[in-house]
Design a binder for this molecule. Sequence first.
Ligand code: RNT
Ligand code: ZN
Length: 409
Amino acid sequence: MSDIQRAAEKYAAYGVDVYKAIETLKNIPISVHCWQGDDVLGFENSGALTGGIQTTGNYPGRARTAEELMADYDFALRLMPGKKRINLHAIYAITDKPVDRDKLEGKHFDKWIEFANERGLGIDFNPTFFSSPMMKDGLSLSSPDENVRQYWVRHGKACRKIAQYIGEKTNGYVLNNIWIPDGYKDVPSDRLSPRLRLKKSLDEILEEKYDRVVDAVESKVFGIGVESYTVGSNEFYQNYAATRGICCLLDNGHYHPTECVSDKIPALLAFYDKVALHVTRGVRWDSDHVVILEDELKEIAKEIVRNDALGKVLIGLDYFDASINRISAWIVGQRSMEKALLYALLLPNDKLRALQDSARFTELMVLQEEVKMLPFGDVWAAYLESCGLTESFYPQVAAYEKDVLAKRK
Ligand code: RNT
Ligand code: ZN
């Protein structure tokens, strides 16, 4: 008997069909952020990354051009199992000469659309409200300076139009996620006015109706150098999204360390038909470490799978590490998400729920612990094999590093 046959039997004893789980996993889209490949710098050559986010490390081989980023991305995507989408930011526009962010158009993303269509991938989009001289005093959409605020409103509108264009050209939907870094390093004297300005700006941006755009807003608790006050807080955006009929995007690096996004997902599912995610790993003050298979990631996956929310939760990755091989970082994070989803798909969820509902809490604990020992790794290996992959991928990445990345000086 092969490993997978033996594993299938063990899982079957708990009423779990491993082959069905494998097939389901293959069709769960994961949006892979392009920005892991170049330390979130984009193609504007505007200089440093600002807005309270940081990449640390200077591992050699960062992609510096669209050609390099696409080549690296393509290489990484091939080593990722399952269904993928491409997650772009406005600063990844491909233009002959510099184009202001409020003047960006769909055509500046034609090369990405071609890249996606050749590979049968969907695309998601993000306006870029950071790393720009047009941010004034750390503010964009909430700025008291009308010129600044209106510039960013125009950018927001331009991006939704681009998202619609991409949706049409790729024949799908596009998640357009708004995150702004606006906030203050130290105690402000007015916490309301910036929020009222943000509310007004968002209303202006969302005026136009688009059938292919899924609009989302992403909250945050604090940024580096923006520790005391964040305009786009969790309460602000949840109320905004609920009253405007748009979607919340939860980034699991954007909450207090003891808060769990896994618990927020079902809370939102009670009210929203869609919830978007930025899956990342918070470590102390940093919110953007490479995703690995840890407990909270498993809990997030469980809340998606056992609430029948595979079509409702839009899963995207968001992390950036410049201290290790960036392609490996990309792959480890995507594979970890896939592992967590597979793990959740292999749980006897109906049995566990029945135990909870009949208050058999002792057995619930016993069973939850027991299934942790099932041969999950054998099913993962079978899944990889069915995708034409193996667990080992580092030698290929190392060869690419030697042949391609190391030559970038
Ligand atoms: C920042 C947010 C945001 C960015 C990306 C680049 O804290 O998480 O989503 O990481 O848009
Ligand atoms: Zn995020």
